[in-house]
Every structure is written in C-alpha cells, then in structure tokens.
Design a protein around this ligand. Sequence first.
Ligand code: NDP
Ligand code: OXD
Length: 319
Amino acid sequence: MSDKSPVIVDLKFDPETVAKSLASAFPGREVINLADPATRGRDLSGISYAVVWKPDGDLFERAPDLKVIFSGGAGVDSILSIPSLPDIPIVRFVDHTLTTRMSEWVVLQCLTHLRQCFTYADMQAARQWEELAQPQASEITVGVMGLGVLGLDAVHKLKVMGFDVIGWSRTQKTIDSLETFDSAGLDAFLGRTDFLVGLLPLTPETEGFYNAGLFSRLRQGGALGKPVFINAGRGKSQVSGDIVAALEKGVLGGASLDVFEREPLETDSPLWGMKNVIVTPHAAASSDERALFRNVETQIAGFERGKALPDLVDRQRGY
Ligand code: NDP
Ligand code: OXD
C-alpha cells in the first residue's frame, strides 16, 4: 500500500474518457474516481488532493482534510460558488494544450467573419459564383477582453494573422506592441473595436457585462460595416436577449458564441438559427484529461517537495 495521499477525482466530463485517462495516471497513488459507482459511500477523510470540475455540492464536507484543490479547467467559478469551499489553495488548469485550443477557436472565428464565410456558404448553396469585396485583416481591430493566459496567447496569434489587435483588462498592462486599456479606458477601447473577443472569467463584476449598452458602444462603420461579438469566456457574462436584439437591429453584424447563460443552450433559442451566428457547445478549449492529470501529478510532486504551487486562484479577485 502506497503512503502517498490518494487523489479524489470529481470531474463532470465524459466519464469514459476520464476513466480511460486515469488508467495510466498518478502512478503509485490511489485514485478515487467519484464517477465510479464503487466509490459510493467511501470515506474521503484524510485525503489531501482533489481534481474537480463542477464538483458535487457536498464534496468538501465529505473530504474535510483536503490540502489543495486542482481545477479541471481554467475557469473556477463553479468551484468558488460552493458554500462549503474550504480556505485552501485552488490551482487553475493552465496548460499549453488548453491555451492552444482556445487560440485556434478565437482565430477561426475572427477569420470566419473576416472572410465572410456565411455569405459564401449561402452563395454556394445557391450555386452563385460571385466575389465579395475583401477587407484586409489589418483593417479590422480585434479588441480582446481579458489579457490573462488565454487572452495573451490569442492576441499573439491574431497578430500573426495580421489583425490590428488591442487589449483590455482589469489592471493596466504594459505589453510589447500591444495597445492596452484598463477598466477606466473601456469606452475608448470599445469605440475602436470591430471584433470583440470575450475571454473574461465570471465574477460579480463580469456578470451580465456583455449587454445592449456595451454592444452600442462598439465601432460602427468599420471595414466590414458592423461589429461582431465573439465570446468564449463565460455565458453568464452575456445577456442572450440583448445579443439577439443587437443582431436583429443591426447593432451587431454577427456573433460566435461558445458559452451561454444556460448550458446546454435551449433548443428553442433563436441564436441557433440566426444569420452570421456560430454556436459551439462550450467546446472552444475543453480540457484534455491526459494533459490535466499529467499537470496535476507534476504539481503534487512539486508541492510535496515544498515547491510553491503555480496558477493559484485569488479569491479576493474571484479568478
Ligand atoms: P486569467 O485569470 O489568466 O485571465 C483573466 C483576465 O481577465 C485577466 O487579464 C484579468 O485582468 C481579466 N479580468 C478579470 N476580471 C476583469 C474585470 N472585471 N474587468 C476587466 N478585466 C478583467 O484567465 P484565463 O485567461 O486562463 O481564462 C479566462 C477565462 O476563459 C476563464 O476564467 C474561463 O471562464 C474561460 N474559459 C473558457 C473555456 C471554453 O472552453 N469556453 C476554456 C477555458 C477557459 P487582470 O490581468 O488585470 O487580472
Ligand atoms: C474552462 C472551461 O474553464 O472549459 O477550462 O470552460
């Protein structure tokens, strides 16, 4: 029997993929996968570590001796909202596999709107051969909200594609070759933005943030005529009704949405069928389970050697 503390796994991901990835994870350490019915009623006291995504509401009461909580994703809102959350370190999942996926999604959406793929798809369906006027990427200003791990990588890759990129974050940043704005510079930032990319965490400050008032301050009359809203942060930061209304009124010319106020998105939501709108099912940057377990293994090994934990959540800030 190993003297290493077991790891509790409570991930509301695809159970089969989790089980398969766990088969070779955490060598020499017992894993208690709560998705496995055999663990039902198991005593979780005395256990130091848990890897969680949307954990059970009573997990922290069942596991009162945890020393570190590892988030199964980059966002931690579903952990921070649990009333019985103990005051111990929470480590976010920060990994190139997740960051790369997010930047792929962001760049794909920006290129899809830039290259007017919806109009070309309609023309293809109508067997219509016609070339549209094509702005350069450099004529489009992409305003990235959130200059954290994901925002900064997306900024870099959008610049490689030739977009004019500006960034906005809670605190002022100085970043080479990037014009940045802080909270006080919101109006100036929005007034310059053609494609708004949301990569903000969900906090009390960002709840309901992407709303009619904000959309009305985006630049009108840019190279594609109307601004586009692209969000992969959190759905509760956006007001769906305001997005639909802004698209209908022409305040927005298009949208790409990976996250929604309620997930799964209701089957009768108008967003599914709207012109120039892409809906993806919170899949922009899903965590790769193997990479997650490797990452947690490394963090635990470092922690047990007395190393400081990286990527810690600041509860005061809420992310
Ligand atoms: P980070 O914590 O690294 O960065 C968060 C950024 O948001 C920081 O720049 C921060 O500002 C900024 N921010 C936070 N609150 C505010 C505010 N009130 N006003 C302005 N700026 C603010 O997070 P990540 O980049 O790793 O991830 C961002 C979010 O992406 C996650 O929290 C999660 O919700 C979402 N996500 C979605 C996924 C998907 O598949 N759809 C996958 C992974 C993550 P400052 O720099 O000043 O602190
Ligand atoms: C995350 C997510 O936060 O997948 O990692 O939403």
